[in-house]
Design a protein around this ligand. Structure first.
Ligand code: SAH
Ligand code: SF4
Length: 353
């Protein structure tokens, strides 16, 4: 099976060209065809024949098939994509006032197994390659191109199924491709990567200093509670995790976002808000707490969404403590555009794992 040429960073594509004995400038022509003209077939690469033939021996453009596309009333579009080996992944386009944002998947399933997440119910089958993640962006960009309104994907959230830092090298190549100024040129400050908290990779990510935003799925202010809802906290408890976040903030001088899903009577009590404010006290000027109303995703998951009163009370305490915070707005709930749902439903229908 040939892999997608979208998986090559600009430097890797340049190496391909020079190793084959062709000038480095050919890489630029191929890149223009892929990301500016956005051709859909290797035959249409606007580059000299020998280079096109050489690349076509090794690569294809698309390895995925659009299986289902669902549009919600608010303009959100969910794409269910079939991979070359028969697995399904999903990608979501959200239309905001400030631009067009795509939520990408990084793994088939997820092994982190957070108790509130539908993706965690599907054990990881494999990592996606960098090309398979870029392809998701290109599927959406091609869809926007066909709409004909000149829209471009301007924002990316790496918040679909999977733990991006458990697929670190492919994640980084993906980020290098989409932020490349010669191509899609998606500004790093408009890209958000969310991790469940693999502290060792947070250090690595900080050292790369890609200027991309990082979000930590915190969801609890102490180890006892965090371990209960996210078993990854056993491997990376808060005394390992928080120093990695402080390191990230100091090294990059960027703000860190803490994601906090509010689960009724589990982690949404006033004492939890106080404890959260204590936990991040020393970096609160460099933090933003994103309060996320829990999305009841699956009959196997027992949590309930916090009441609007409890959400506001939690928010007010954080505000009083001088913490930057906000409540996340939802998109596409009428088409189940939250983490993992469409795929898990299809899997059930088809009787697959
Ligand atoms: N694995 C990464 C990124 C994917 S999940 C991570 O966990 O950070 C992206 C975000 O969606 C995370 O903050 C996750 O906690 C949240 N999420 C998962 N299930 C959810 C649900 N049922 N309702 C609301 N948010 C959910
Ligand atoms: Fe995996 Fe993130 Fe879901 Fe946890 S919340 S199971 S890390 S996708």
């Amino acid at each position: 099976m040939k892999s997608s040429i979208y998986g090559l960073t600009f430097d890797q594509l340049t190496n391909e060209c020079t190793e084959a004995g062709y000038g480095a400038f050919h890489a630029r022509q191929v890149w223009d065809s892929l990301y500016i003209d956005r051709v859909k077939s290797m035959d249409d690469l606007n580059v000299r024949d020998e280079v096109r033939d050489y690349l076509t021996e090794k690569y294809v453009i698309s390895t995925q098939e659009l299986f289902v596309k669902q549009e919600a009333g608010d303009g959100t579009v969910k794409f269910l994509l079939k991979l070359h080996d028969g697995h399904y992944i999903e990608t979501v386009l959200m239309r905001h006032k400030y631009g067009r944002s795509v939520c990408v998947t990084t793994q088939v399933g997820c092994n982190i197994g957070c108790s509130f997440c539908a993706s965690g119910l599907l054990k990881k089958t494999r990592d996606l390659t960098a090309g398979e993640v870029v392809e998701q962006i290109m599927t959406v960009q091609h869809f926007l191109d066909e709409e004909g309104e000149g829209d471009r994907v301007s924002h990316i959230v790496v918040m679909g199924i999977g733990e991006p830092f458990d697929n670190f090298d492919n994640l980084v190549d993906f980020l290098l491709v989409v932020k490349d100024e010669r191509g899609l040129a998606i500004a790093p400050r408009k890209i958000n990567v969310s991790t469940s908290g693999l502290a060792d990779k947070i250090y690595k990510f900080a050292d790369l200093d890609l200027r991309i935003n990082l979000a930590l799925s915190l969801h609890a202010p102490n180890d006892e509670l965090r371990t209960r809802i996210m078993k990854i906290n056993r491997a990376f408890p808060l005394d390992k995790l928080m120093p990695s976040i402080r390191y990230y903030v100091e090294k990059t001088n960027k703000r860190i976002t803490f994601e906090y899903i509010l689960l009724s009577k589990v982690n949404d009590l006033p004492e939890h808000a106080e404890e959260l404010a204590d936990l991040i006290e020393d970096i609160k000027d460099k933090s933003y707490v994103n309060l996320i109303p829990y999305n009841p995703v699956n009959e196997h998951i027992q949590y309930e969404r916090s009441t609007p009163e409890d959400i506001m009370a939690f928010y007010d305490i954080l505000k009083k403590r001088g913490v930057n915070t906000g409540v996340r707005l939802e998109h596409g709930t009428d088409i189940d555009a939250a983490c993992g749902q469409l795929r898990s439903k299809h899997m059930n229908v088809e009787g697959a794992k």
